[in-house]
Design a protein around this ligand. Structure first.
Ligand code: CAO
Length: 550
């Protein structure tokens, strides 16, 4: 077995080209002439074929690397001496008919043309090697345009390479002789320029070529293309695997704008992405009519939904119906919005509603507050609820767990988060080790944390580590609601305003203070029966708080 270094063949005067695609990896078996990588200059993209059949042992290039003739692409363990079809750099340079394509500056020295051209100038398809009947896939110019020397006029494409054909002369475009879909060959008349504008520095047009000496520059693009054309690895016309079907200039244009080309729908022949497609996509993103995948992943509430295969978010010009004022949402609302959206979408959540009789507890709370009036600490119903929840969480530990892949993480600590309504939006401070703290201490900490939250002074540590959350709207009103679980927790308790209600005690209706409870739980972890038991147990504790001690 022989190790063969496969090199970049002669790619002409291109100093360096960028590797934009790797088509093989270590361990792959490659055939001779099989395309290994795609490289791209600003005018052409081309596939570099293997000179040898065998197994890829080592990749010597990575995406984004710059390579030139002689750079080692990879090392192949050759299948046998016979497998090597040609020397590494043997992309048939010989196939390059020595003729200029792109009019490099050097060409001026070799083939100076009249300093000022005037009158009609014919621009012909230059030598594009052995290409026959290549398709015109893009036209960049239109009659009336002022054309510079070397400005790309059209893109042609074979199944292995696409290249832009530059103008040999400067001038005003009078007539374009080709259109998208036409096929062209060397020498075909491409355009007629009125050459009164500038200098034509190099002969590209066939008419000029006829008398021009050879310039072995970008014709080598065609050379490489010829080399790979000889052994097509892909079905003709099929886009290259993993690479958006677009010309180098369109890829460059998309890169400059930051447009993810793989998300652009090509409207050109065979689904090719044109510059117009990139512009249309950019306009749609700017108008909010579509989102890139990256935007959708970050999107807060009101995201496009395209990532879920949903129809787009309705776009309404509200000003059409009446006066409006648009205000950016604050940072906290954006962050909590994104979290709520994820939790609402990803958690199969169910909410159980129940009522707890807190008549005696409220009486106890009021009398305690009277006794402690001087201490300055007001005992809140929420503090009792926290203690009651800790007791329920201890009895039903899955409510104090978190999902980690296929495992449940049971936490032997009871840190309770509580939703606080602040001018900046919803925040969830966390009271640690509630199992070890009394109602007075919890009330005091809650007051401090709620104030800090409203003043925008809560630190990240004060908002992390909760094992269960309570959201109380009791001070505001309402009956029941469906709180969203604060992932990675698996349950949340919502409470609303308690009201006096007639409750049947078996003999008669008696007035009782009833507290509405709404328990939302993750159905992947908890089932309905457990949730009903949790609520019932919570109700028992709240109706007779001595049970907390049991
Ligand atoms: N039923 C009846 N009255 C209640 C009650 C209940 N469940 N809970 C509280 N109250 C009463 C209090 O006793 C207090 O009355 P007094 O002033 O007469 O003593 C009054 O309502 C105000 O209470 P509060 O809301 O200021 O205090 P709290 O301890 O109950 O709650 C806090 C503190 C921080 C949770 C609360 O201020 C808050 O921000 N709540 C909103 C939470 C929220 O937005 N949740 C929704 C999240 S989903 O969007």
């Amino acid at each position: 077995m022989t190790l063969v270094e496969v090199q970049v063949p002669d790619i002409g005067d291109f100093d360096e080209v960028t590797v934009i695609e790797l088509m093989v990896k270590v361990g792959d078996t490659v055939k001779a002439e099989q395309s290994l990588i795609t490289v791209e200059s600003d005018k052409a993209s081309m596939e570099i074929p293997s000179s040898t059949a065998g197994v890829v042992k080592e990749m010597r290039v990575a995406l984004g690397d710059k390579v030139k003739q002689g750079s080692i692409v990879l090392v192949v363990e050759a299948a046998g001496a016979a497998a090597a079809v040609s020397a590494p750099a043997a992309a048939p340079v010989s196939a390059a008919v020595a003729a200029p394509v792109a009019a490099p500056a050097a060409a001026a020295a070799v083939a100076p043309v009249a300093a000022v051209a005037s009158g009609p100038i014919e621009v012909h398809v230059p030598d594009i090697g052995d290409f026959k009947d290549v398709a015109v896939i893009e036209v960049f110019v239109k009659p009336g345009d002022t054309i510079k020397v070397e400005q790309s006029l059209i893109t042609v494409e074979s199944d292995k390479a696409s290249m832009e054909i530059p103008s040999s002369h400067a001038g005003v475009l009078k007539e374009l002789k080709v259109k998208v879909g036409d096929t062209v060959n060397i020498g075909d008349l491409l355009a007629i320029l009125e050459g009164s504008v500038a200098v034509a520095v190099a002969p590209v047009a066939a008419t000029a070529v006829a008398s021009a000496p050879a310039v072995a520059a970008p014709a080598a693009i065609a050379t490489v293309a010829v080399a790979v054309l000889a052994a097509p690895a892909h079905a003709p016309g099929a886009p290259t695997l993993g690479l958006p079907h677009a010309s180098p200039s369109v890829r460059k244009f998309a890169r400059e704008l930051g447009v993810p080309l793989e998300e652009v729908k090509g409207q050109g022949p065979k689904g090719r992405i044109t510059q117009g497609d990139v512009q249309t996509f950019t306009k749609a993103v700017m108008a909010g009519a579509t989102q890139t995948k990256a935007q959708a992943a970050k999107a807060p509430a009101g995201g496009g939904g395209s990532e879920l295969g949903l129809i787009p978010w309705p776009k309404v010009d509200f000003a059409k119906f009446g006066p409006i004022e648009r205000k950016e949402m604050g940072r906290i609302k954006k962050i909590s919005g994104a979290n709520l959206l994820r939790n609402a979408i990803m958690i199969p959540a169910v909410t159980n509603h129940d009522d707890a009789d807190i008549t005696d507890l409220e009486a106890f709370r009021v009398s305690t507050n009277k006794e402690n009036e001087k201490s300055g600490v007001k005992v809140t119903m929420l503090a009792f609820l926290i203690k009651a929840c800790v007791a329920a969480l201890k009895k039903y530990p899955e409510f104090n767990s978190a999902l980690d892949g296929d495992a449940l993480v049971y936490k032997n600590y009871w840190h309770i988060g509580f939703a606080a309504d602040t001018p900046n939006g919803l925040m969830v401070p966390v009271i640690r080790d509630c199992d070890k703290k009394g109602v007075l201490q919890i009330s005091q900490e809650m007051g401090e944390l709620a104030k800090k939250a409203r003043d925008g002074k809560l630190g990240p540590a004060e908002m992390s580590g909760a094992t269960f959350t309570i959201s109380s709207l009791g001070g505001i009103g309402g009956k029941y609601f469906t709180p969203i679980i604060n992932a990675p927790e698996v349950a949340i308790l919502g409470v609303c305003k308690s009201t006096m209600e007639p409750v049947w005690d078996g003999k008669q209706f008696v007035p009782r203070l009833m507290l509405p409870l709404s328990l939302t739980w993750d159905h992947r972890v908890i089932d309905g029966a457990a949730a009903a038991r949790f609520n019932a147990f919570l109700g028992q504790i709240l109706s007779d708080f001595r049970r907390v001690l049991l």
